[in-house]
Design a protein around this ligand. Structure first.
Ligand SMILES: CC(C)(COP(=O)(O)OP(=O)(O)OC[C@H]1O[C@@H](n2cnc3c(N)ncnc32)[C@H](O)[C@@H]1OP(=O)(O)O)[C@@H](O)C(=O)NCCC(=O)NCCS
Length: 187
């Protein structure tokens, strides 16, 4: 998988580092980030209080994070993050039995002031270009909560199609897939 920084327009994706931990922790307390991580209304932090230093330290070629930054007055400002993995090879086996040569992605914009400005579309486009630049990759899968209708509309606008509903632990998700053929037909 690529570890390069990729840029499109005013958005770039770069590797996440330990210096990003305070920003990631602050984003985990944003209500819209909590809501995309769980259907439980009582939570005060997203992703079960993920241990970011540990999570970033365990990043590898098969599972890693990208920070999205937007150029503003000549400076790059972080606005969101993507997790990208090979679901067949990544060590937690979150996806269970799954074929090789896929990528799984997650995306969230942390700064609520930068939602609905087209940045998510640019982030996802960069990540999909990167994923499909590996000729072995046949498709990309995602698993939004079934309740996250805004994100589902966003993914479907990007070309993802529903595979089916599936529980991941306590999370009721609607799995989607974008095949290489669908991606190439769009681009
Ligand atoms: C899902 C998410 C990544 C999408 O990113 P985004 O930057 O908000 O999405 P975009 O701006 O590209 O598109 C969203 C909407 O803004 C509109 N839009 C796009 N460019 C725009 C612009 N320049 N100005 C105004 N609106 C714009 C789109 O048409 C779209 O409209 P829709 O709501 O009718 O579908 C983001 O909303 C997010 O982080 N949500 C919270 C976390 C989350 O749910 N993550 C997904 C977990 S599975």
């Amino acid at each position: 998988m690529s570890s390069e920084t990729t840029t499109a327009g005013r958005v770039r994706l770069r590797p996440a580092t330990l210096a990003d931990v305070p920003t990631l922790q602050a984003w985990d307390r944003e209500p819209h980030v909590i809501a995309c991580s769980s259907d439980r209304p009582d939570l005060e932090v997203a992703f079960d209080g993920i241990d970011w230093p540990e999570e970033l330290a365990e990043s590898s070629d098969v599972s890693f994070y990208r920070i999205a930054e937007v150029a503003h007055d000549g400076l790059w400002r972080p606005i969101g993050v993507m997790q990208i993995c090979d679901p067949h090879l990544e060590p937690t086996h979150y996806w269970g039995e799954i074929e090789p040569n896929l990528r799984a992605m997650d995306i969230w914009i942390g700064d609520p002031g930068t939602l609905n400005m087209g940045y998510g579309t640019q982030m996802m486009t960069l990540a999909l270009h990167d994923a499909f630049s590996d000729p072995k990759v046949t498709a990309v899968v995602i698993d939004p909560l079934n309740s996250n209708t805004d994100a589902i509309r966003f993914y479907q606008r990007m070309g993802f199609e529903v595979v089916g509903r599936r529980m991941f632990d306590e999370d009721d998700c609607l799995v989607h897939r974008l095949t290489r053929e669908q991606w190439e037909a769009r681009t």
